[in-house]
Design a binder for this molecule. Structure first.
Ligand code: COA
Length: 566
């Protein structure tokens, strides 16, 4: 079928659905929901059999739904309606939640139901639940609805007959989110911060200044006077609740951008006592720790839970130190686990935007991430694995490829290209790592097309090595089992020797330093050159500027020469 995805933006759910539908042979094109007339034009050009709206912030115009079947993906259980579905579910402690696919009609979210799926809730940030459970359930339900539509003869269930326990709920306002630091216990504070994570955050104050808070993590030992900022560690501030304390990872000041909390309030945070960890990297589950090392037999697991997968200069340096330290352990394999939601999205665009000289900070950051990639590439003591539980984008995809093996979770979405960020050339040794896997032509196509890839597709193209279980817990078990087998394999010594020999051959043919220098010539031009595209694109990205048109690489129907078959 020809399926038009109508979406507020090309977010991770839309990317995943795009990949899943295309893999099933559908012809998919995308249009951003900018104005009724623009959507109408897209429908006229593409003449879709079906319209699917994975992520919309307003109703589809009658001119479209009256003539075409439009399936809306709503992140709520059957009967749930309103714009803050997931926020209410988290804040009210629902044990089970779901996604409903319903047909657009005059009343928002009140059309007949084509499919639904549910999932157990867990403690987690809204953004994390959205990228994992909601996205999985949305894909299951949307694909089922598409199949039902394609088969014909399916009668969707009118809302009144559906017997869901959901209800119409209003937009959640800041007044509903307010934290009472004197009275709210840790669990309540976490629920409020989790329900607002990603966007819009909880309006509050730090050091007497108004700001929005994000990225909360529970603390198991330290506490203080309720409301007081008790301690700092790396990027986070610890604030006492009525019965404990929570770490606040990120804050956004009035008219500012989202930044690590200790940077958003740099001057004030400097006076707060530091709470260093007992062991530098050894896992301590009772507190917040962005880089965490665990060991099982001959395998070391390095977790790096960087918010949004963004890796600033210091984070890259600390991770490189942690990797060097992991190499001193009596193990045989090191698994780079990344974070639960993202493995890495490359250099930290918000920190760069905030720097006095964004060009200098871009330069420092790309060199720091290249140093990290080089440390992984040059590791001759261990076999290395990148295990992608979550999504990866831009330089993060190639940083993962620096490991000997890359295993991605089914459902992870990858964006192994840079051009969307103002025609950035990219580094992280992509010119060394990509072509041998996918061929020169394949590498050019990936970089030019700028499209996301599902984990299955990345393996099919030869870019990554394996696509493992979709359930995150099952994925981690599978990774641990495979890594243990790798470390215990009878031919481990031969494998390590072969890896060393291959690296030496490659180095003789063209040194890593040459690849890096060539890439950095282009990057220097992107950062310091005459063309400001990268700085402009980054500004729009961190400021979250609204789209005024759909990029041509997504809106297939707007390609010159594209014609819908009669
Ligand atoms: N630096 C800082 N923040 C980043 C980031 C980066 N490199 N990559 C993603 N983020 C943030 C986004 O701003 C967003 O922030 P929010 O919590 O305030 O909403 C969050 O991570 C999620 O990103 P989003 O774009 O909503 O996710 P997505 O799944 O729709 O798209 C990407 C994923 C990777 C395609 C997209 O985030 C992207 O293009 N990132 C930039 C990659 C890049 O160019 N890196 C620099 C070159 S190495």
């Amino acid at each position: 079928m020809r399926i038009l995805l109508l979406a507020h933006s090309y977010n991770s759910l839309t990317q995943r659905l795009h990949g899943e539908l295309a893999a099933r042979g559908h012809e998919v094109s995308i249009e951003f929901d900018i104005a009724d007339s623009v959507a109408e034009e897209a429908v006229a050009l593409f003449r879709p059999d079906l319209i699917v709206a994975p992520y919309l912030r307003r109703a589809i115009p009658e001119s479209i739904w009256a003539k075409h079947t439009c399936l809306i993906v709503h992140p709520g259980i059957v009967g749930d309606r309103g714009p803050s579905a997931l926020d209410w579910a988290i804040q009210q402690g629902e044990a089970e939640w779901g996604v409903t696919v319903l047909q657009a009609e005059a009343e928002m979210d009140a059309g007949p139901i084509w499919a639904s799926a549910t999932f157990p809730m867990r403690r987690g940030k809204k953004s994390s639940l959205y990228r994992n459970e909601v996205t999985d359930a949305a894909c299951r339900a949307a694909l089922e609805a598409v199949e039902r539509f394609a088969a014909g003869g399916f009668r969707p269930t009118p809302l009144a007959e559906a017997k869901g326990r959901g209800q119409l709920r209003p937009l959640m306002k800041q007044a509903d989110r307010t934290i009472d630091w004197q009275a709210d216990d840790t669990a309540t504070v976490l629920r409020k911060l989790d329900a607002a994570d990603g966007f819009p955050g909880v309006a509050d104050q730090l050091f007497g200044e108004p700001c929005h808070l994000f990225d909360a993590w529970p603390e198991g030992r330290l506490t203080g006077q309720p409301g007081e900022i008790v301690a700092r560690r790396e990027t986070a501030l610890l604030r006492a609740t009525a019965d404990g304390a929570v770490w606040i990872g990120h804050a956004k000041r009035k008219d500012g951008i989202k930044l690590p909390a200790t940077l958003a309030f740099a001057a004030e945070a400097a006076a707060v006592p530091e709470a260093p960890l007992d062991g530098l990297f050894a896992a301590d589950h009772a507190t917040w720790q962005d880089i965490r090392y665990e060991e099982a037999g001959a395998v070391g697991f390095l977790h790096f839970e960087f918010y949004n997968g963004a890796m600033g200069t210091r984070q890259c340096e600390r991770l490189r130190d942690a990797f060097a330290w992991a190499r001193t352990r009596p193990t045989r394999a090191i698994v780079l686990m990344g974070g639960a939601d993202f493995w890495s999205n490359g250099i930290h665009l918000n920190l760069i935007e905030n720097a006095e000289s964004p060009a200098d900070e871009s330069w420092a950051n790309i060199n720091a991430i290249d140093d990290l990639a080089e440390a992984i590439l040059r590791c001759d003591s261990h076999l290395t694995v990148a295990a992608l539980q979550g999504n990866a984008g831009a330089g993060g995809c190639f940083l993962a490829r620096a490991a000997d093996l890359v295993w991605a979770r089914h459902g992870a979405i990858l964006n192994p290209h840079y051009k969307n960020m103002g025609n950035l050339y990219g580094s992280e040794f992509w010119t060394y790592l990509l072509p041998p896997r996918v061929g020169e032509e394949g590498a050019r196509a990936i970089m030019q097309h700028r499209l996301p890839m599902t984990a299955q597709e990345a393996v099919a193209r030869g870019f990554y090595d394996a696509c493992l279980a979709g359930d995150p817990a099952a994925f981690r078990v599978d990774v641990a089992r495979r890594a243990a087998e790798l470390a215990a394999s009878a031919n481990f010594a031969e494998r390590l020797a072969a890896k060393g020999a291959a690296r030496a051959r490659d180095e003789a043919a063209k040194p890593l330093a040459a690849y890096r220098a060539e890439e950095l010539v282009h990057m220097k031009r992107n950062f310091y050159g005459f063309d400001p595209s990268y700085h402009v694109a980054r500004w729009h990205f961190v400021k979250k500027s609204l789209h005024s048109w759909t990029p041509r690489h997504l809106a297939k129907h707007r390609d010159l020469g594209w014609r819908a078959p009669a």
